[in-house]
Design a protein around this ligand. Structure first.
Ligand code: NDP
Length: 454
């Protein structure tokens, strides 16, 4: 398997993919190691994660550089991702003991009752490339703390990062027979579906997620899916500082080259401030620094996958055919690497794929609305349900919109953010189950009810 730098199109490294036999061997190794790991006291398991936390910081320069070279993420954003991952680790380190402790329901009665939380067993963590640290730690960290064995399949586009993670976890004391990286493409992920695992935790596209759910259904084990989105942002007419709202919306749309699950993917603006908002938005988008992602000043790097250039080009063409007006960008940069220009289409409408299909790139459609009712109708017109954002001075008015969203997350005067203390979940085609928060700790254990007499 070739690891290609999307900024230069050069091969960084060639790596052998795991064969189905090798994957089976890794499974057997972890299957034997997991019960031993589950018997290790919780405090010791957490202590390993504390060391991993420290190593992420100690090795941040090397880790950030690898991430940037492998997925094209601007270097500063690679550092930000590592910091974000450490914040999530802090949450798990601080809170896991509380949520995994046995719970007495009745201690005094003739029949005493308690709940004990036991690990699921050996789980698959099939992961995406866009935030390999963030979406990885959401799963393998609480899974390991909970006493599970983990077969971690990074995306083929984030393989080197997956191997760094493995190396640092081993150094932190996680045994080799508890955590194994599975190297390969979709076929390696497919091989995991054939194994008798005790849970499947997937981050990626709706299409693959649905396939995994269908192919593991008969196992009757937990399946969690963190999938894509088409997240709307609505700017009401009462916002005081249109300029800063435009800056926030732009950042939400293009951060990580627009390749975030909760990126702002479509914008609705009240007609009273539409022109002002667009002027501010485009002025800021024009100033974005595109270029070498290893340069710390760069804000827009290359897309991670070459195919995405054709996909985005078609979305823009379709938008123009359906009445959209292109104010900025519209295509790939004519140079080495998978660079796509920041692209702004106004006069957007829902006939356009740009407003209905996940774009996953630095491309945004902006549509004018006459009131909150029309905005809500359009925001809800999607099969996805990950996040939705509202900008307004008036909380009551914003809350009335947020309550109507069928999404796992809603934002008031912010967007494109995830907090370790809150459940991260998608509804409808955006997923199933939750990671992070106490729910993301409990997701990796199963309750056992004790009825005790005597
Ligand atoms: P994919 O669905 O293409 O891939 C996700 C993972 O599944 C990869 O490791 C992939 O391997 C693997 N895979 C592919 N085919 C199979 C199969 N048949 N069986 C088992 N595993 C398989 O998604 P992307 O990696 O392209 O990620 C982008 C998507 O992820 C976007 O839609 C984004 O919105 C979503 N996402 C959602 C998040 C959330 O929290 N809701 C967070 C981050 C991303 P390989 O890549 O090697 O082919």
């Amino acid at each position: 398997m070739q690891i290609i730098n999307p900024a230069t199109e050069e091969v960084i490294q060639e790596i052998a993919e795991d064969s189905p036999e090798a994957i089976l061997k890794k499974f057997q190794l972890v299957k034997d190691g997991q019960p031993v790991w589950a018997a290790v006291p919780l405090a010791e398991r957490i202590a390993c994660i504390e060391k991993f936390y420290a190593f992420l910081d100690e090795n941040k320069d090397e880790l950030a550089e690898t991430l940037t070279m492998e997925v094209g993420k601007p270097l500063q954003q690679s550092y930000n991702e590592l910091n974000g991952a450490r914040k999530r680790l802090e949450y798990f380190i601080k809170n896991s003991a509380r949520w995994l402790a046995e719970e007495w329901i009745t201690e005094e009665d003739a029949t005493r009752e308690k709940i004990v939380y036991e690990p699921l067993g050996v789980i698959a963590n099939i992961s995406a490339w866009n935030y390999p640290y963030l979406v990885g730690v959401n799963v393998f960290v609480p899974a390991l703390i909970g006493g599970n064995g983990v077969l971690y399949k990074p995306s083929e586009y984030a393989t080197l990062t997956g191997l760094h993670i493995q190396r640092l976890l081993y150094r932190a004391g996680i045994p080799e027979n508890v955590f194994q990286v599975i190297i390969g493409k979709g076929t390696a992920g497919q091989a995991l579906l054939e194994l008798p695992l005790h849970g499947y935790f997937f981050t990626g596209s709706y299409r693959t997620g649905r396939y995994i759910a269908e192919h593991t259904a008969s196992k009757l084990v937990p399946v969690q899916l963190e999938l894509g989105g088409k997240d709307p942002l609505y700017v009401m007419d009462d916002v005081e500082d249109v300029d800063s709202v435009a800056a926030a919306a732009l950042d939400g749309a293009v951060y990580n080259n627009g390749q975030s699950c909760c990126a702002v993917e479509r914008i609705y603006v009240h007609e009273k401030i539409y022109d002002k908002f667009i002027a501010a938005f485009v002025a800021k988008a024009k100033k974005l620094v595109i270029g070498d992602p290893l340069d710390k000043a760069t804000e827009i790097g290359p897309l991670s996958r070459k195919e995405q250039i054709g996909f985005l080009t078609q979305q823009v063409a379709d938008a123009e055919e359906n009445g959209g007006k292109l104010l900025l960008g519209g295509g790939a940069l004519q140079q080495q690497g998978y660079f796509f220009q920041p692209t702004v289409v106004v006069n957007a409408n829902h006939k356009m794929k740009l407003m209905t299909e996940e774009s996953f790139g630095p491309v945004i459609g902006i549509q004018k609305v006459k009131d909150d009712t029309e905005a809500v109708e359009l925001m809800k017109d999607t099969p996805y349900g990950l996040t939705a954002a509202v900008y307004s001075k008036n909380f009551d008015r914003a809350e009335a919109v947020m309550k109507q969203m069928d999404t796992g997350t809603v934002y008031w005067n912010c967007c494109d953010r995830v907090s370790a203390g809150l459940p991260w979940s998608g509804r409808k085609s955006s997923g199933l189950g939750a990671t992070l928060s106490y729910q993301g700790i409990r997701a990796f254990v199963q309750p056992k009810a004790y009825h005790l007499r005597g």
